[in-house]
Design a protein around this ligand. Structure first.
Ligand code: SF4
Ligand code: SF4
Length: 685
């Protein structure tokens, strides 16, 4: 005996795990193991079955074991995403996750002791202080699971957030967890009561409290109740394990695997949301098995939390798109395609499940992916689904018209391309590379700055700023072509390739080493898909060995170097509106703010949704979905609420959409300026 704990010899500070249910090595002990093994086999079978369905998808890189994926799973599971913004679901997740982890560890310790260490070596280690810690952890695990359950029930039955639909499956999962935890506590409380309340059992505080009223019930009544509760607990744990791979609980299991399989992205955003370019992917996803296996896994990994729905600009603006519903529809398509029952399975054609309205309302803003705790990628799925349509002539007529304009005239607006390059004013005029190919930077104007009146003003202000700062800069003028982002995002990869190759040939011919652009869409595609395309072509006349910066980054570095000197703010309060393709797509959040903070007398504010949570203005695709303007209105309302007098944009689309949105909601006292215009006004005092 190594001392006494609570007046008990330390080896007596333990419990008989088979107390009151049979002899040590009888049917009970092996029957319990058989039940647990059966439940584990069901769990494994369902996971393998699901994997066989995912495996029908197309190729996607298999995860390796040597990168940091394991830690990303741990981080995602144990540190709820956006815990501070989403504290209620975050608390619920923490309760469940830590509850399950402790329950698993405590149960594993019992199995190891009873079926390995005691069976083979006659040694029990759950005694003394180890037992006290074990019983505390076990009690806490039940408490956390019950707390998570209570939070879940209160949320679903009383708070009822609109993003949650409560189905019988959701409630069944809650009940199964609750039964396992409650029965565990009850067995413990009954055992404490019939064991005459040994002092060391106060280390299981919840069970101890539950046991106190049981003192009023006769011993002879408690013993059979304990027997029934013990078996009830074992059976409920078996049900929990068996169902962990299917229905709602299976989604949580799939989510863990999915996060592990999600490709880790670079922190500088240089591969975030990059399109998958290949001749194969031009075909897109017409049938469910046209998705990759990872995309199919996504469909099972959606835990239907609805975070994506609450972040989607289309949904928030009342348009017919909810990313959560979209994933649900695809999930149903996959399930029905792979179902054995009811005769023939469905053919898995996606258009039977996803409407054209949903498909074309998505702006590709990426807010849904950013907030998804399960690693679901909606953006790539929408692109793949769209990619299947051009070849079949199934895209909306307006898009076909825009593609025809792009193919024939080099811009989607249908303006004669001879107008391109005529946007520069006398004050901002810089030479074209055809006249001076030694300019340090190429300013890639893009279609908006070439043809849209408001974007032209921004581009002119930027060139004026550059001239004032003595930056050597040139343009392509007439030789520039559309960057192809619109074609790519609407699923017309063939057209994108044609447009991109035209520009890449010019970059290579002029030996362009640095490109600056005022359009986040152009910046993104020049940085990612142009590089991937140039690499795949392996043609010495088509290279993408240039550095590309967004104009906000160049302005910020010139401000830091003192080459742009703001002297007076045009307004006391301004708000910077994060463009999706600059922020979420490329992680550029600080540079524009740093430049603006250097303006004397300016208070810079943010919208309710900013940085990675910024709500999309609608972007260029909104022009092709009915009601697209509503997204601009939503963004304009946030500008209005911010108290700013100037909305500073860093994207031609944001500037237009916010301006039109403000006009729609009849707000006339807020100006919209591109950051270049704002900095030019500030430097001129
Ligand atoms: S896709 Fe992600 S964010 Fe959306 S409901 Fe599913 S798990 Fe939640
Ligand atoms: S990418 Fe943006 S618009 Fe499209 S579903 Fe996601 S949140 Fe909605």
């Amino acid at each position: 005996v190594n001392g006494f704990i609570y007046d008990f010899p330390s080896h007596d500070v333990t419990r008989d795990f088979f107390f009151n249910v049979g002899d040590s090595f009888g049917i009970t002990k092996w029957g319990t193991v058989a039940l647990l093994a059966g439940a584990a086999a069901i769990f494994l079978f369902t996971i393998v079955w699901k994997m066989s369905i995912w495996a029908r998808g197309r190729d996607y890189p298999l995860p390796g074991f040597r990168d940091r994926r394991f830690f990303s799973v741990l981080k995602t599971v144990f540190i709820p995403k956006d815990f501070l913004r989403e504290w209620y679901p975050g608390l619920m997740q923490l309760s469940y996750v830590w509850g399950f982890l402790l329950l698993f560890l405590c149960s594993a310790a019992v199995l190891v002791q009873e079926y390995i260490s005691f069976l083979f070596f006659g040694y029990r280690f759950l005694t003394g202080y180890i037992y006290l810690l074990w019983t505390l952890a076990s009690d806490v695990s039940y408490f956390l699971l019950l707390a998570g359950t209570a939070l879940a029930v209160f949320r679903r039955k009383r708070l009822r957030p609109s993003r949650l639909d409560t189905t019988p499956q959701d409630m069944a999962a809650i009940v199964i967890v609750a039964l396992a935890a409650l029965s565990g506590l009850l067995v413990n409380a009954l055992r404490i009561a019939v064991s005459d309340y040994p002092g060391f059992e106060t280390w299981a505080p919840v069970s101890w409290l539950l046991s106190l009223p049981l003192a009023l019930i006769p011993f002879e009544t408690l013993m059979p109740v304990h027997f029934l509760a013990w078996w009830g607990h074992i059976l409920s744990v078996c049900v929990l394990i068996a169902f962990a791979g299917m229905y709602k609980m299976g989604r949580f299991t799939a989510a863990g695997i999915n996060v592990y399989c999600t490709q880790p992205l670079r922190e500088d955003g240089s591969d975030t949301f990059a399109a998958r370019l290949s001749s194969d992917s031009c075909k897109g996803a017409e049938f469910i098995d046209d998705f990759t296996w990872k995309q199919l896994m996504d469909l099972d990994a959606c835990i239907t939390c609805g975070r994506c729905q609450d972040s989607c600009p289309a949904y928030l603006s009342g348009l017919p798109l909810s990313p959560k519903t979209l994933i649900g529809e695809l999930s149903r398509c996959m399930d029905e395609h792979n179902r054995f029952a009811n005769g023939e399975p469905a053919n898995g054609e996606i258009r039977d499940y996803v409407s054209s309205g949903e498909l074309w309302t998505c702006t590709q803003c990426g807010a849904c992916v950013e907030c998804c705790p399960s690693g679901v990628d909606h953006v790539r799925k929408v692109m793949d689904m769209r990619s299947s349509l051009p070849a079949r002539g199934k895209a909306p007529a307006e898009l076909h018209a825009a593609w025809n304009n792009l193919a024939d005239k080099g811009n989607r607006f249908g303006v004669d391309n001879s107008e391109r390059g005529k946007w520069m004013s006398a004050k901002s005029m810089v030479p074209a590379l055809a006249e001076n190919s030694r300019a340090e930077y190429l300013f890639f104007a893009g279609c908006a700055s070439s043809f849209d009146a408001e974007a032209k003003k921004s581009a002119n202000a930027f060139l004026q700023l550059m001239k004032n700062a003595d930056v050597s800069i040139g343009v392509l003028g007439m030789e520039e072509g559309c960057c192809g982002d619109f074609a790519l995002r609407t699923g017309n990869e063939g057209l994108f390739r044609k447009l991109a190759i035209h520009n890449l040939r010019n970059f290579t011919r002029y030996g362009v080493k640095k490109i600056v652009t005022a359009c986040p869409h152009g910046y993104n595609i020049l940085r990612k898909e142009y590089r991937a395309l140039a690499l795949s072509l392996n043609d010495p006349e088509i290279r993408a060995d240039y550095e590309v910066v967004h104009h906000t980054q160049l302005i910020a570095s010139l401000v830091a170097e003192g080459k742009i000197k703001p002297v007076k703010s045009p307004t006391p309060v301004a708000m910077f509106s994060d463009p999706c393709f600059l922020g979420r797509y490329n992680k550029v959040y600080d540079e524009p703010r740093n430049a603006l903070r250097a303006v004397p007398g300016l208070m810079l504010v943010d919208a309710v949704h900013s940085h990675e949570h910024a709500v999309c203005c609608g972007g260029p695709l909104s022009a092709y979905s009915s009601g697209g303007l509503k997204m601009g209105e939503y963004r304009a309302r946030e500008v209005h609420q911010s108290g700013a007098r100037i909305a500073v944009s860093a994207c031609p689309n944001c500037k237009t959409m916010i301006r039109e949105g403000l006009s729609e909601i009849s707000v006339e006292n807020i100006r919209t300026l591109d950051i270049a215009e704002f900095m030019l006004e500030s430097s001129e005092g």
